[in-house]
Design a protein around this ligand. Structure first.
Ligand code: BGC
Length: 255
């Protein structure tokens, strides 16, 4: 087991990639603070799975798009399970809209949920690790769209690109505290964020054309990389983005 004795906080761990990471972390020996915004049932399911693996889990409801909520989330997590060693900024959302139609409200929801949340939760986490005088790990779940354009999702790509430079900056600034900061950049993973895509065969077939490995990813494909980044195997890795996309990002061919 690679995460024995560690405690992780994973935002949005009631479903999708966050839930997959939470369960994999528990398999590797970690206790997990499970966070959700609305899907209480999903969070309960994650908790049960963790406890079946003989680990501790605590659920903390919080809307991480609200700065005060990020602070409370970490404090409540520590109260329940003790000091937190690993932070996974996973919670995210996207809204499909033509640029000319995007509302201010939708723009802010996407930016705040995906990027502002990671900024302030990481800040709170860094303060916590500094007080504890202990090292830490920050893992952001960004996207291939931290690099790749995604028309009709402009606020989304801005939030993920912002996460990329935030990660690189913090890798330097938090290094003296012994905190490493890395991104995992998933491609098309089957989760609730893109349910609409999976209900539309035409869209799905077109997407498959762009994926050299010819399959959609699973949350477990991402979770294995998260375990690696959280484990001592990655002690010397900071400031990196690891793409988990079946080759989608750099796929180009003329034949
Ligand atoms: C998005 C998905 C999209 C995938 C590949 C992800 O970041 O959330 O909607 O299918 O990237 O483009």
């Amino acid at each position: 087991m690679r995460l024995e004795g560690k405690t992780a906080l994973i935002t949005g761990s009631d479903q999708g990639i966050g839930q997959g990471i939470a369960i994999r972390f528990a398999q590797e020996g970690a206790n997990v603070v499970v966070n959700y915004r609305r899907n209480e049932k999903g969070a309960e399911e994650t908790k049960t799975r963790i406890e079946q693996l003989g680990r501790h889990a605590a659920i903390v409801q919080a809307d991480v798009s609200q700065v005060a909520e990020t602070r409370r989330l970490l404090r409540d997590g520590i109260k329940a399970l003790g000091p937190v060693d690993i932070l996974v900024n996973n919670a995210g959302m996207e809204i499909n809209a033509d640029f000319v139609d995007v509302t201010e409200e939708d723009y802010r929801r996407v930016i705040d949920t995906n990027m502002t949340s990671a900024f302030f939760l990481t800040q709170e986490f860094a303060r916590h690790r500094r007080e504890e005088k202990r090292p830490g790990r920050v893992i952001n779940i960004s996207s291939v769209h931290e690099e790749l354009p995604f028309p009709h999702f402009t606020a989304y790509v801005m939030s993920k690109a912002g996460m990329k430079l935030m990660m690189r900056n913090l890798a330097i600034e938090l290094a003296p505290l012994g905190i490493t900061v890395n991104n995992i950049a998933p491609g098309a993973i089957e989760t609730p964020i893109n349910r609409k895509l999976f209900e539309n065969k035409e869209l799905l077939d077109a997407l498959m054309e762009n994926i050299p490995l010819k399959r959609i990813g699973k949350p477990e494909d991402v979770a294995g990389i998260a375990v690696f980044l959280a484990s001592s195997d990655a002690d010397y890795v900071t400031g990196a983005s690891i793409f988990v996309d079946g080759g989608l990002l750099w796929n180009y061919s003329e034949q």
